[in-house]
Every structure is written in C-alpha cells, then in structure tokens.
Design a protein around this ligand. Structure first.
Ligand SMILES: Nc1ncnc2c1ncn2[C@@H]1O[C@H](COP(=O)(O)OP(=O)(O)OP(=O)(O)O)[C@@H](O)[C@H]1O
Ligand SMILES: [Mg+2]
Length: 415
C-alpha cells in the first residue's frame, strides 16, 4: 500500500487512470456546466508492467500508477482516493444483442424500470465462464413498430425493444487491474473500455450519428470502436502498436530500442513518398564506433510497412463489422502513434476512408498538458464519468460486478 500525502479530499472531481503499454497517465478533472472538463492535475509515468494492454506485472504497475498519481496530486493539490480505470487487451469481446419486454404498467408508458428490464434482458447472451460483462451499451430502442428511438422514457406502447452492444472482459485481467489500482492506494470506481473512452474524447455527437470509427493506436495495442446512428455497434482490439514499429527500427537500423524510439519520434514517417529523398539523419555510434548517417527515407521504408500491417488488421475488423460502408464520418485516429508523420495519408490508402488524427476535445484548464492524442483515453474517462453522473435517466452503460461495481451501484440508486 502507498501512503497518501495530506491534501484536500476529492469531491466534485473525477479521476481517471489510463494504464497503457507505454505510459500510465493519471488525470484529475472537474466537469464544467457546458459539458467540457477542466483538467486540474496530470501525472505520467513509464508503464513497465503492461504488455499488449494487459497487466503482466502487478508490482511494476502499482509503481507506475503511484508515481503518476503522486504527480497528479501535487499538481491538483488533491488526494486521489478513487478513480475510473481503462480496460483493454486481447481478452475483450464485443457483440450485439437485442432485448424485448412488454410494457406492463396500466397506462402503458415506458418508465425507467422498463428500460432497465429490457437492457437486463438483452444481456442474456452466453459468455464464457472466465469472462464478465463490463458494458451493455444501448444503441437504440423501439416502441412497438417505431424504431430508432434514443430515449424511450415517456413513450406509450405495448412492446419495448433495445439494441445493445455488450462487451465482456477476462475476470483475471479485471482482478489484476483492481489489484494494481488498489495497491497504489486508490479505490476503483469503474472501468471503461479504452476505445469507448477515446471515442468520448475525440468524437462529436454528429460524427457518432453519421457513422465513424475510432482507432486508438497506442504502444502495444490498437483499440477500435465503431459508432453508427449515435451508438456503439462494434468494438475490437488489434494486438499491435507503436512499440512494434520501434522494434522494427531497432532491428532494421541496428540500434538499441531507446535510440530507435528517439529516431521514430523525431524523424519517423509512415509515408515514404512524402520524405525528402536526400535528407539524412545521424545515428549515434554503438560500442565505441563512430556515428553514422542514414537516409530519412530508409527510416520511413521500415515504418510504413508496419503501419500498413496494423491498419490492414484494423481494416479486417471494419469489414467484419459489416458497417464499413456506413462510415460517413470517416475514421478518427488517436493514441500516441497518431503523432507519426504521414499516418493519416497511409491510413486513407489502406482503409479507403477519410482519416483525421485527433487529440481530446472539450478540455479546459491545463489544456497543454493533455493536448496530445495519447491523452484521448484518459480525458475520455473524465468525460464519460461526468456524462454518466449528469444523465442518470439515459442508460449508457450498465456494468456488472468487479472492477465496475461502483458505477452500477450509482446507476441502481439513481434510476
Ligand atoms: N511523436 C511521436 N511519433 C511517433 N510515435 C509516437 C510519438 N509520440 C509517441 N509515440 C508512440 O506512441 C506510443 C504510445 O502511445 P500511447 O501513450 O497512446 O500508448 P499506451 O496507451 O501507453 O499503450 P496502449 O494503449 O497500446 O496499451 C509509443 O509507441 C510511442 O513511441
Ligand atoms: Mg492507450
């Protein structure tokens, strides 16, 4: 357990912990009346206990969370007592389901209880015994023959239907998450699928209505979510990210991973065609040898195929969703790898869709500290928490037990 410093106890604030394969971010934010969030504390620490989005070393993850939380506490002057945490990894499974119930009260007006019942009913799908449902995201409702209803409460009819997207996660992975956050002396108030959180941060409601895909390309994993008609239709993860690009550079340029990472960030490009063919960069010499020069184009020639591979795997997911042809809002790229020069152009080629890289929207306060695409998941969790608290009558998600229990309790108490 980590000793907490003295400070004001959090009340009207939310805290988000984004445990990534590269970095761990802790964000403290205060929701604003206009729907934006004022970021008042940010802490970042290298994350050494996470591989492909999943925790493989609890002690190292506790250290990363504690270090990032300490920085966020110092900056905000608050003690981080509880927080929402991101959930990602190959263990996630997303699928669609439908629930149907009779509207039974005597005037046949849909009430909160009916909405809860229909969503509960939609959860009656078979999930493996080692998995737990983390999200039941309602996309739309139908009352009798009237379809496409976002909020059915108050409508009259005899039959209520709900279309939902259900996400489940490995119980072991959730337990490890819980242990890691608790080990840093922080209570878990809820868990949010990383891609859902990133979507909250980088999309407008209009884009969700139009149909849009978010691809969060991080260090070890790329999280994908597809929205159609305002709600989540598909979610998936691709187990590749920026770390794999760095490893390719390390092998291709025969330099240590640390140098490959610097080369990637400072001179990397995901598009050979836009790099000046005469531009050279200096690589430091290894084991007493002199430094040497390489063409920047050679660096791009290593990066581009790996970026294409990641995007081809993402494209397979878009095709599998059956909704690739419905993405009028295009694709929004986020996550640290979205910084890479030329990635939008290469993504447009591979996906044959309009692509834009984007950083979190709707931020105030320490805007500069969270202005990169790598903050999408963290900022999105702040937005997500305040949205859940603000609109109890709209059921966004009804997580079940374990790492997400507190949000459930909150919803149960407020509906
Ligand atoms: N300027 C940059 N150019 C290219 N790549 C970058 C740049 N800045 C960061 N990255 C890469 O982004 C990746 C980290 O992104 P991010 O912080 O979103 O990942 P993460 O959340 O820690 O991991 P994950 O979500 O995959 O578990 C690293 O591979 C890093 O090299
Ligand atoms: Mg991430």
């Amino acid at each position: 357990m980590i000793e907490k410093p003295h400070g004001e106890i959090m009340k009207d604030y939310y805290c988000a912990i984004d445990i990534g394969s590269s970095l761990c971010h802790v964000l403290v934010g205060r929701p604003q009346a206009d729907g934006s969030v004022e970021v008042i504390g940010v802490g970042t620490a290298p994350s050494r206990g996470v591989r492909t989005g999943s925790i493989v070393n609890i002690e190292a993850t506790i250290q990363a969370i504690a270090e990032a939380a300490r920085e966020a506490e110092l900056m905000s002057g608050l003690v981080v007592e509880e927080a929402c945490v991101n959930i990602t990894g190959k263990h996630l499974h997303g699928g669609n389901s439908r629930g149907v119930v009779a509207i039974t009260n005597k005037d046949r007006v849909v009430q909160h209880a009916d909405v809860l019942r229909v969503i509960e009913g939609a959860q009656n799908i078979r999930i493996p015994g080692d998995q737990e449902v983390i999200h039941v995201l309602s996309r739309e409702f139908a009352v009798d023959d009237q379809k496409g209803i976002k909020d059915p409460i108050g409508m009259t009819g005899i039959r209520l239907e709900a279309e939902v997207h259900i996400v489940s996660a490995s119980i072991t992975a959730l337990t490890n998450l819980n242990k890691s956050v608790m080990g840093a002396g922080i209570q878990v108030t809820g868990g949010v699928m990383s891609s859902l959180a990133s979507g909250e941060a980088v999309l407008t409601e209009g884009e969700k209505e139009l149909g849009v895909a978010v691809i969060d390309i991080g260090g070890g994993i790329s999280d994908v979510v597809i929205y159609v008609e305002g709600g989540v239709f598909y979610s998936a993860v691709v187990p590749l990210g920026g770390i794999h690009i760095t490893q390719d550079l390390s092998i291709g340029l025969k330099v240590p991973v640390e140098i490959a990472e610097v080369v990637k960030k400072n001179y990397g490009s995901a598009r050979v065609a836009i790099v000046d063919p005469t531009e050279r960069i200096e690589l430091p010499g290894m084991s007493g040898r002199a430094s040497r020069q390489v063409l920047r184009q050679e660096v791009a020639e290593i990066i581009e195929p790996r970026v294409q591979e990641i995007l081809q795997l993402v494209d397979s997911e878009l095709v599998r969703s059956g909704k690739k042809g419905f993405l009028a809002g295009g694709v929004v790229l986020t996550g640290g790898t979205a910084h890479l020069e030329g990635i939008e152009e290469t993504a447009e080629d591979v996906l044959a869709l309009t692509v834009a890289a984007r950083s979190p929207l709707g931020v105030e306060g320490f805007v500069d500290r969270v202005s990169g695409p790598e903050f999408a998941t963290g900022v999105g969790m702040l937005h997500y928490q305040s949205r859940l608290a603000d609109s109890p009558e709209v059921i966004e998600s009804r997580p079940t037990v374990g790492v997400v229990s507190k949000i459930k309790n909150w919803i149960a108490e407020n509906l």
